[in-house]
Design a protein around this ligand. Sequence first.
Ligand code: ATP
Ligand code: MG
Length: 271
Amino acid sequence: MNQESGHFPRKTDGALHIPTTMGEVPESHPRYASLMSRQRLVDAMKEGLLADSALIAHGRGEAFDYLIGERTAPGAAAAIDEVAARLLVAERPVISVNGNTVALACDELLQIADSLGCPLEVNIYYRTPERMAGLLERIKARATALDLNHVEILGANPDGKIPGLEGPRSNCCKDGILGADMILVPLEDGDRCEALIAMGKQVFVIDLNPLSRTAKTATICIVDEVQRTVSALLSRLKNPKIPDPKFDADASRRSVLEVMLDALERDQTDA
Ligand code: ATP
Ligand code: MG
């Protein structure tokens, strides 16, 4: 956070005033989107919706986002187009959400579920009854606000298990993740991604780290920021292309990695 940019109002005593609520940051601030995301996560943390490590995971994502200039790279845009096209022909699609995703992109994910006529399943790594209840309550409140109460919200009563995974993170719903042919899982974990792929499902993930196990294991990894991706995905669902079974997911992932490497190299050349 650049406190000397002049975008934050100063207190009369001369001390720098750091914004503590979203309303205090002007939209013209160069770090506006990033600051808003941080605020959303901090708020969700205070509400008990996130695991302790959630902010660390977000920080890692931010570092990669910096390298792509905080905008969707062409390779990611192609992956978004392909994922939209495939989700529209899925027989039993499902969207799996965790705490960070709900904090950052709940509304858009509900709208995507509505477009696809599919359920949204809460599935979290560090499962506690309090967090599950909090997340389900938040999603249902947003569904009501958006007039999307018909979207099915799963996760409260898991009645299935993902084979090959230990502990509570394997819990899932037969009508959701277990029975799905295609899963959109923003911010998936590597182990679970591998287990879902081993079940023969198409797994579409969103992960800013093109080198993670998740990114390398998924059927398609959209190497982009979650909020930008879901907005783009939503508009592509309204204007889809034809699915391409030969879509080269690895080339798409690597092309975004190239953008990151170029950014680092360009700076060395500039110096
Ligand atoms: P893996 O489980 O795939 O081996 P990991 O354990 O290193 O990877 P996790 O902690 O499981 O990573 O997940 C965090 C990942 O989520 C980070 O790699 C980060 O890039 C990504 N991430 C965090 N915030 C966002 C965001 N807003 N948009 C997209 N990706 C994000
Ligand atoms: Mg992991």
